[in-house]
Design a protein around this ligand. Structure first.
Ligand code: GLN
Length: 196
């Protein structure tokens, strides 16, 4: 049975669990290193990335997670979680896993459009666009050569990307009824598992 963990230090981890449960996927909240054992993948939720980065250090999760990411363990970061995954951050960010070859700019949409929603085409998920909720969202400012951009806003800004076993979204699929992105991550995690 595949179990997907959700980092539960701060942020909207419960919403992620609920979506996975709707998909009949076994889930586990992760707060300490031993809770990483036996997982097929881990979701880093939205929240406040600087707080989560600090809590990752104090809970001693940072080093085991860095090691797992380097070994090909599937990790998906949504919003703050994307910041935690990124190798490069703007000056306001606290580096955490530094696993995914992307540069991220925090709070990139400024005050007027702090939060907004947009229907974003994501060909990997099928024809129907994905209703994406952005909350004080970061953007993917630049990507390395092995990173595939999965979604862009109408102006071309990349807002979802994949680098093998790593997934990042600037928006929050856990806040909509659409389960396709979670299903996609579960498949990435299962495939990674069967090839490792
Ligand atoms: N602005 C937050 C940060 O930089 C991210 C917001 C979110 O996860 N919704 O950490």
């Amino acid at each position: 049975m595949t179990t997907i963990g959700v980092l539960a230090l701060q942020g909207d981890f419960r919403e992620h669990r609920e979506v996975l449960e709707r998909l009949d996927v076994c889930t586990r909240e992760v707060r300490v290193p031993r809770e990483l054992e036996g997982l097929a993948g881990l979701i880093l939720p939205g929240g406040e990335s600087t707080t989560i980065a600090k809590l990752m250090r104090t809970s001693r999760l940072l080093e085991p997670l860095r090691a797992l990411a380097a070994r090909g363990f599937a990790i998906w970061g949504t919003c703050a979680g994307m910041i935690l995954l990124a190798k490069r951050l703007d000056a306001t960010g606290i580096p955490a896993l530094e696993a995914m070859d992307i540069g991220v700019q925090r709070n990139a949409f400024g005050r007027q459009v702090d939060s907004f929603e947009a229907d974003v085409p994501i060909p990997n998920l099928g024809e129907l666009p994905f209703h994406a909720v952005f909350i004080r969202a970061p953007i993917i400012a630049e990507v390395g050569p092995k990173v595939e951009i999965l979604a862009r806003l109408a102006d071309g800004t990349p807002v979802a990307a994949r680098e093998g076993h790593l997934l990042a979204t600037a928006f929050h699929p856990e806040l909509t009824p659409d389960t396709r992105f979670h299903q996609f991550f579960v498949e990435v995690a299962r495939n990674t598992l069967s090839h490792s």
